[in-house]
Design a protein around this ligand. Structure first.
Ligand code: PNS
Length: 163
């Protein structure tokens, strides 16, 4: 049984993330989507609870996909939950250098956990949480970029305080 963990900030979850979740769930026996619990990170829009809640709604129909949050080191967390694989999405070469560094460091911290990469589908390769937040903040439509639960939360968040 191969248990994989898909970690991220997911602030907020967008369609590129959902694509990776679906594809990873089709490869591994169990997938845990793990939200980094970083309340102090500057630029965060949603609480950990809100981010977890959105993902739970989206994966509700998916078999063997769980949602969790973690703090501390990912390599340790993966070991603690019995995950042998870390899944990351790669959008472009620009993601690669950072991901390569993380993969090597995580392997040094926990040699029992392998990092694997799934290439983000081309149609979502330009989508990032930062850009989604920026567009939503200005009141523009992000419905083509995010799943319904994310859209709902963004609408509530920016309804009363358009920038
Ligand atoms: O969605 P993101 O922001 O690219 O996700 C980054 C994440 C959560 C995968 C990364 O920040 C992470 O693993 N944080 C946990 C702390 C850690 O293990 N850092 C690496 C040590 S070298």
């Amino acid at each position: 049984m191969v248990h994989a963990v898909y970690p991220g900030s997911f602030d907020p979850l967008h369609n590129g993330h959902v694509d990776i979740i679906r594809r990873a769930a089709g490869i591994y026996d169990k997938l845990t989507v793990a939200v980094l619990d970083n309340p102090l990170k500057s630029g965060s829009l949603l609480s950990t609870q809100e981010r977890v809640g959105i993902i739970e709604e989206v994966v509700a129909g998916m078999k063997d996909v769980a949602v969790d949050s973690f703090d501390g080191l990912l390599a340790e967390y993966a070991g603690n939950i019995g995950a042998k694989v870390i899944v990351k999405g790669l959008r472009a070469i620009s993601d690669f250098e950072y991901e390569l560094q993380m993969a090597h460091l995580n392997r040094q911290l926990n040699p029992n956990v392998e990092t694997t990469f799934i290439m983000t589908a081309t149609r979502w390769s330009y989508v990032s949480s930062s850009r989604v937040k920026e567009i939503a903040k200005y009141g523009a439509d992000v419905s083509k970029l995010v799943p319904r639960p994310t859209l709902q939360v963004l609408k509530e968040r920016f309804a009363q305080a358009p920038a």
